[in-house]
Write a protein that binds this ligand. Structure first.
Ligand SMILES: Nc1nc2c(ncn2[C@@H]2O[C@H](COP(=O)(O)OP(=O)(O)OP(=O)(O)O)[C@@H](O)[C@H]2O)c(=O)[nH]1
Length: 460
């Protein structure tokens, strides 16, 4: 068989063959070098190979080159290079020393794609893990910001969420680089986000986006002061099965942090996982809320109230302070349902909740135990006087009729009061005494307050 000239074989290889002098000068590279490093062979012959190495990998590369020159066969070494276009190439090297020629013979295998896939898998995994480990949506947004910051410049980063029920947009997470030039004014930002969410397509605006190519670019530029004209704005929709639930927004006013088509693709890829994580966390928060709050009035429910009462009792015990409990039941509420219908009854319960909240301080707890039963927890102070004042205020407030969509309706409460430590030191016992006192109020004609009798109490 006729022998084939070796250069023909070398020319066909996807891997690049390199011959490097002991001082790192490149003496020969095969044609594949250009595909991997971006430089044609004639552009690098005579240059130093080390000058192409990513600065962070230079020291380790130099020590590996020394090992090869010490006679070790190198089969596994991986490092990074800065391509001619500024992008990063990941390379795995096989190299040996040619002692008689005093040259390093090395073969470069391009592993950039593999590295990219690995880093994307790590990002996807990190996002999905964050969805499980973070305690709330805010913490999840922070994690997502950090993770995306490892892929792209993300010093100006925002999460926009769209609420389809109210057709409204909010920015629950928004971080701006300290001292950064102002980002687009709120109306422009809103309009751009709304565009991304409603169209379901990514929008990348750069200083090179011609105004006539995208009217949104023109709009953005018109609204910005001249010195901030070279603005990069990248918005990616957060797509779920039920449509776009929001958008991720990155922006930059500097050329150092500019966004390209590749960044756009990267963010698009990650955004599906981000959307799933946010959706999962939203669902979790909704379920948690449903388990703790009354769906009609949005007040804490019995379970959450008992938890709060338990904590408040522990605090009162520790601080040797007092607390009081008001148990409130509406008088003849059933008649409202019977005469005006259940929906009006619901509306009245909502208005009652609102009025109770208006009667107490922000630090007090108002809860709905169920039906037409409410409780108010007042902490500290002179419990007896405090409770009496709050109860009087509530009775006075209920002296005004409620407006139910044009129908004016009067309803009064019966109120029972129990005080810690006078009437018990345990939550169910205290609640029981307040309930009994309320029952006595009701039996005496309603629309009044009764404090539990001192003999009901136990030494806490
Ligand atoms: N509209 C509405 N009604 C409810 C809800 N939960 C319970 N109810 C009704 O509230 C009423 C409460 O009954 P009671 O407290 O025993 O009756 P009342 O008419 O207030 O009588 P007194 O408490 O003796 O003054 C019942 O008719 C329940 O059906 C609710 O979520 N919405």
């Amino acid at each position: 068989m006729q022998s084939i000239p070796s250069e023909n074989v070398v020319d066909l290889l996807l891997d690049a063959v390199c011959v490097v002098h002991v001082d790192s000068t490149i003496e020969f590279v095969s044609p594949a070098f250009e595909r991997i490093f971006g430089y044609a062979p004639e552009e690098v012959i005579g240059k130093r190979m080390f000058d192409l190495v990513h600065p962070e990998d230079l020291a380790v590369t130099q020590s590996q080159a020394q090992r090869v020159m010490d006679g070790h066969l190198q089969l596994q070494f991986e490092n990074r290079y800065v391509r001619k276009d500024g992008s990063i190439a990941h390379v795995r090297w096989t190299a040996r020393w040619l002692p008689d020629k005093q040259r390093r013979l090395a073969v470069a295998h391009d592993i950039t794609e593999r590295k990219f896939t690995e880093s994307m898998q790590a990002v996807i995994y990190a996002i999905s893990e964050a969805a499980h480990t973070t305690h709330n949506l805010q913490a999840l947004f922070q994690h997502i910001h950090q993770i995306i910051g490892r892929l792209l410049p993300a010093t100006n980063f925002a999460v926009a969420l769209y609420d389809a029920c109210s057709d409204s947009l909010s920015f629950p997470y928004h971080v701006n680089e300290p001292g950064a030039a102002p980002t687009p004014p709120a109306p422009v930002q809103d309009a751009l986000c709304a565009e991304v969410i409603h169209s379901g397509s990514t929008l990348l605006l750069t200083p090179d986006t011609p105004d006539n190519a995208d009217p949104r670019a023109a709009q953005l530029r018109r609204q910005l002061p001249q010195e901030h004209a070279p603005l990069y704005w990248l918005g990616v929709p957060l797509q779920t099965q039920k449509g776009a639930i929001g958008a991720l927004v990155l922006q930059s006013t500097t050329e150092q942090a500019r966004y390209t088509e590749k960044d756009k693709e990267l963010l698009q890829f990650v955004s599906t996982q981000v959307a799933a994580a946010i959706e999962r966390k939203q669902m979790h928060e909704r379920l948690e809320h449903m388990a703790q709050y009354d769906q009609l009035t949005h007040l804490p429910n019995r379970q959450l109230f008992l938890d709060r009462l338990k904590t408040a009792l522990a605090r009162a015990r520790r601080d040797q302070s007092l607390l009081s409990l008001l148990f409130l039941d509406l008088d003849d509420f059933k008649q409202v349902n019977d005469s005006l219908g259940h929906a009006m009854g619901d509306l009245l319960l909502q208005r009652v909740a609102q009025r109770l909240l208006e009667c107490v301080r922000g630090s007090d707890t108002v809860a709905r135990l169920g039906g037409d039963e409410f409780v108010v927890l007042l902490e500290g102070g002179h419990a007896r006087e405090h409770a009496a004042a709050a109860a009087d205020k509530i009775l006075a407030a209920f002296g005004q009729p409620f407006d139910l969509e044009g129908i004016r309706l009067s309803i009064q409460p019966s109120i029972g009061v129990a005080i810690y430590p006078e009437h018990g030191g345990e939550e169910h016992r205290l609640l029981g005494h307040a309930d009994e006192a309320m029952y006595l109020s009701k039996k005496s004609g309603g629309n009044q307050v009764r404090v539990a009798s001192p003999r009901d109490g136990l030494v806490p």
